[in-house]
Design a protein around this ligand. Structure first.
Ligand code: C2O
Ligand code: CU
Ligand code: CU
Length: 503
């Protein structure tokens, strides 16, 4: 069992709980087999790349427990094909992606391709299926020919254990390429995640307050490594595909040091009409960004800046459980030789030019709205703090959307294919909730009354504590049933998820 941190201890004191709040259980202590690299301060090793050819990509992903070097010690984590992260899948619009998921875990799992615009039915991106331990399942995803380029990712989606399985190492990146990529000297896939390890290298689960808050790991990882080094050449332009694969942690990145500069040219789906400074972007759990970096000689650090995402029932709990509040070094850049930054001459390499606004990402600001809906995300005291009255484990709090906990057999929203809807998503409570809709991207119209200056498409949009967000969605195609939920995955597992059926 993990030593009780001061933060947790305070909360426990406030609650007067003596036992059962610390989660580190035997769940994680499983097999050990030889694994992959990842020592602190070592050269960044990116995940293996599996790229499509001739319009298809056929892969097998084995979910299993492996032993790796993490932060200088041997860690026993879950992973796909023995890697944390799993392999990067590179696709083109129109491709057929086939994944055979082989479940070598002791727990039920399944697979979700986050952000891909594909069918949620049958063998497609169906999050309702369960793959039993020892079983395997063949998934098939047919990407439309006009699928937006961007950085996507895959992870398990079995309700109740999504956060546990992600936190233990199950995630990987998906890149959908564009026809006219900007000219760069190097492209990297950078998956940010966090994890907590015990002395013996097993993954530590959260305490109940941490679960309510959304667990944040003690170690911050980049491609599964602690503070790796990125070696590069001065004057080079790099393209970074960044995924926030943390279960609950919000991430904002900046480059310290002089000379080098970075701007974001894409978020979640498609490209931004105009690049945005790196510092301005906050990645909620599940968000991605596509970044162009102009490197100047010298030593630079890639720093994760703390993000305030609210506190959990500060007053009531007698000692708030909050997110990490200090800066962390995610990686260091060792840039040598070459010239100065090339940004001046090279312009934005074409990456700032958004593709023609038609098809799936056509601007909906002036569209005719067929229907408006109001959704409310709520975190409230359930049937009592101490007794099992509430629906969440421990009966402490209810995490709901429209007052209801997730029920896979209920349909919460019925939408008509071919229509445009406007959803206003409210957040009643003291913590942010990043709202994620499967299959159909959302155009953000306003966040707390503030409209983005330009067309902004996301598949995870943060709904600030006590605030609201308005989005529009074109339910152009793909009938079937899928889900929307809070992407603080502990919240999703505790019930903050609903179902949507399009027909
Ligand atoms: Cu990234 Cu429903 O998930
Ligand atoms: Cu998703
Ligand atoms: Cu939430």
């Amino acid at each position: 069992m993990r030593p009780v941190s001061r933060r947790t201890a305070l909360t426990m004191g406030g609650l007067g709980l003596a036992t059962t709040v610390i989660g580190g259980t035997g769940l994680w202590r499983e097999l050990t087999t030889p694994g992959a690299p990842g020592d602190p301060g070592g050269e960044l090793v990116e995940p293996e790349v599996l790229a499509s050819g001739g319009g298809r990509l056929d892969v097998q992903l084995q979910a299993r427990v492996d032993t790796h070097e993490v932060a200088g010690r041997s860690a026993t984590t879950m992973g796909y094909n023995g890697g944390v992260p799993g392999p990067t899948l590179r696709l083109r619009p129109g491709d057929l992606l086939r994944i055979e998921l082989d479940n070598q875990l002791d727990h039920v799992t399944n697979l979700h391709v986050h952000g891909l615009h594909v069918t949620p039915e049958g063998d497609g991106d169906n999050v309702f299926v369960e793959v039993e331990p020892g079983a395997s399942r063949q998934y098939e995803y047919q990407l439309p020919k006009d699928h937006p380029p961007g950085v996507y990712w895959y992870h398990p989606h079995h309700h109740g254990s999504v956060a546990d399985q992600l936190f233990a190492g199950l995630y990987g990146a998906i890149v959908v390429e564009e026809d006219d990529p900007p000219a760069v000297d190097r492209e990297r896939v950078l998956v940010v995640s966090d994890i907590t390890l015990s002395q013996d290298g097993s993954v530590v689960g959260p305490s109940m307050p941490e679960r309510m808050m959304g667990r944040e790991g003690e170690l911050l990882l980049l491609d599964g490594q602690v503070e790796p080094v990125l070696t590069a050449r001065g004057g080079d332009r790099e393209r970074w595909r960044v995924v926030n694969a943390c279960s609950s942690r919000f991430v904002s990145l900046r480059l310290s040091g002089e000379g080098s500069s970075a701007r974001v040219v894409g978020r979640d789906v498609g490209r931004l009409p105009t690049p945005v400074a790196l510092e301005e972007i906050v990645l909620a759990p599940g968000n991605r960004m596509d970044v162009l970096v102009d490197l100047a000689e010298g030593r630079t650090e890639l720093v994760a800046v703390p993000v305030d995402r609210g506190q959990m029932m500060g007053g009531m709990m007698g000692g708030a459980v909050g997110p990490e509040d200090s800066e962390r070094v995610l990686a260091s850049l060792d840039v040598r030789g070459g010239g100065g930054p090339s940004a001046g001459e090279a312009g934005d390499g074409g990456a700032g030019a958004a593709p023609g606004p038609d098809g799936l990402l056509a601007d909906l600001r002036d569209a005719q709205v067929d229907r408006r809906r109001q959704l409310t995300m709520e975190m409230s005291m359930g049937g009592g703090m101490m007794g099992g009255g509430g629906r969440g484990p421990g009966g402490m709090m209810d995490l709901t959307i429209d007052g209801r906990s997730f029920d896979p057999d209920r349909v919460d929203q019925r939408v008509r294919l071919g229509t445009v809807e406007e959803w206003t998503i409210g957040n009643v409570g003291p913590m942010d909730h990043p709202f994620h809709l499967h299959v159909w991207p959302m155009q953000v119209l306003d966040v707390d009354g503030q409209a983005p200056e330009e067309v902004l498409w996301l598949d995870v949009v943060n709904v600030p504590a006590g605030g609201s967000v308005t989005v529009r969605v074109r339910f152009a195609d793909f009938g079937g049933r899928t889900v929307y939920h809070c992407h603080i995955l502990d919240h999703e597992d505790l019930g903050m998820m609903g179902t949507i059926e399009a027909e």
